[in-house]
Each structure stands twice: as C-alpha cells, then as structure tokens.
Design a protein around this ligand. Sequence first.
Ligand SMILES: NC(=O)c1ccc[n+]([C@@H]2O[C@H](COP(=O)([O-])OP(=O)(O)OC[C@H]3O[C@@H](n4cnc5c(N)ncnc54)[C@H](OP(=O)(O)O)[C@@H]3O)[C@@H](O)[C@H]2O)c1
Length: 245
Amino acid sequence: MITGSSRGIGRAIAVRLARGGADVIVNYRTREEEARVTAAAVEEAGSRATVVQANMADPADIEVLFAAVRDGPGALDFLVCNAAAGHQGTMLEATVKSWDLAMNVNARSYLLCAQAAFPILKARGGGRIIAITAKIATDRAFPFYGTVAASKAAINTLTAYLAVEFAPHGISVNAISPGLVDTEALAYFRLGSSLFEKARQLTPSGRPTSVQDIAELAAFLCSDRASQINGQVLEVDGGYTKLFL
Ligand SMILES: NC(=O)c1ccc[n+]([C@@H]2O[C@H](COP(=O)([O-])OP(=O)(O)OC[C@H]3O[C@@H](n4cnc5c(N)ncnc54)[C@H](OP(=O)(O)O)[C@@H]3O)[C@@H](O)[C@H]2O)c1
C-alpha cells in the first residue's frame, strides 16, 4: 500500500515494487486519472493494482483505505506513507488551518496508517513500513516550508517510536528523506524552480535526485537484505544536504 501514489515519488515506488513482484494498492486524493496511470504501469510490470480514493487528512478515509486490504488482497506486506500536503508560507503567515493540514495529512495519517497496518503485518509474521520525510527541511530552515517541516519532524520521531514498538513483531519502520526531486510538488513551492536549479547545479554526485533513486531505496528496504535496518531516517540526495551553502 502506497499513500499518494497517483504521481511523483509515490508512483515511482509503486512501479518499482510492482517490478519486484508486489501487488499494489494505489491511493490518491483527487487525481483519479493519474492514479489509473499508476495502476496501468503496475499491471504492465506484471502485478495487480487496486485504486482507492482516500484523503489522508480524514481518519474515516484511512479506515476505507484499510478496508480495501481486507476486502481485496486480504494481506499486506509493505506500507509506504508518502502522501503529503501543506501551504507555503512564513511562520508568521501560518494559520491553524495550514498547521492542521500539514500535521494531519503528513504526520497523523502516518500514525493512523501504522496502527491500522500493525495487526495485518503482524499476522503475516512481519513487514515493512516506510515514511517519506524531508530532512532537507527539518535540520535547517527551508524557505516557506515551516508547517510542513514541523510535520516532517514529527514523522522522523514517529519513525523511531514505531520502530522500537513494532520490531519485536518482525516489522521494521524507516523513513526515506529525498533531496530536491523534480515532481509537480515543486510547482507549488514559492521558490520551487530556483531551488531545484540550485540542486541541479550543486549536487556533489553531479545530477539531481530522481524519483527512481527514492524508489530503489524503498525496494531495498522492502527486501530481506534490509531486515536489520530499523528506525532510521535515510537520506537519498547525492550529498546535496551535506554541502555547506
Ligand atoms: N519532491 C521533492 O523534492 C521532495 C523532497 C523531500 C520530500 N518529499 C516528499 O516526498 C513525498 C512525495 O512527494 P512528491 O514530490 O512526489 O509530491 P507530488 O508529486 O505532489 O505527489 C503528491 C501525492 O500525494 C497525494 N496526496 C496529497 N494530499 C493527499 C491527501 N490528503 N490524501 C491522500 N493523498 C494525497 C497526491 O494525490 P493526488 O494526485 O490525488 O493529488 C499525490 O499522489 C511527500 O511526502 C513529500 O513531502 C518530496
């Protein structure tokens, strides 16, 4: 199950896990057509896709998403909490609404999805939970991103607590932290194109981070080889966030 897999990083993870043999529950909020494109790519990779509309801000919708597991495949091995939303603005522009949006879609949904996934994964003898975070914005002040960054910091802390609680049941919980990745999300950033251009020019590895880079780490974390990696926030950014700028 991959939340927010109608496009961007979520879609790339869906297709990569499908290539590894996983059937995929594709979740979206508004873009059904895009979700169907992801589902078609999953099927082209030889796996089955189930498309479920559910708003991660709404706990009742999260129940609907997990009902799709019970009513459909009946099992779950991997949960990827990727969906994110938020308003761009300074901290002085932040409102209760923008705070709640970021916290509920990004952080609270991670907790609620992990809680819902736990008994299903436990019954399978274990599994993997992966969240997508943004250390690029939690370790320093990323422009106009404060409320979302606070929700990502919550994700980082939740990852440690969930990992410790779920590990005895064979479930690992980790977070992937991308560098700047060229997805539609950047179009909503006030400085989106200039921030990406900077990353494109300065990333020490010589190229910006791609959606495939993130999907490869997700696939590795879902493999048996990664069974002892737990509670970590893993950066995939070609060294960009290690630069002193
Ligand atoms: N791009 C970057 O540079 C970057 C850097 C660091 C971290 N990240 C993180 O990577 C993840 C994916 O980002 P992206 O760049 O791929 O974003 P994106 O292209 O904008 O895609 C966002 C996805 O989240 C879904 N979504 C948004 N609000 C939702 C809600 N309330 N309920 C359910 N789904 C919802 C969207 O569904 P609809 O299509 O239906 O709207 C879409 O599938 C996010 O957690 C983001 O914070 C991205």
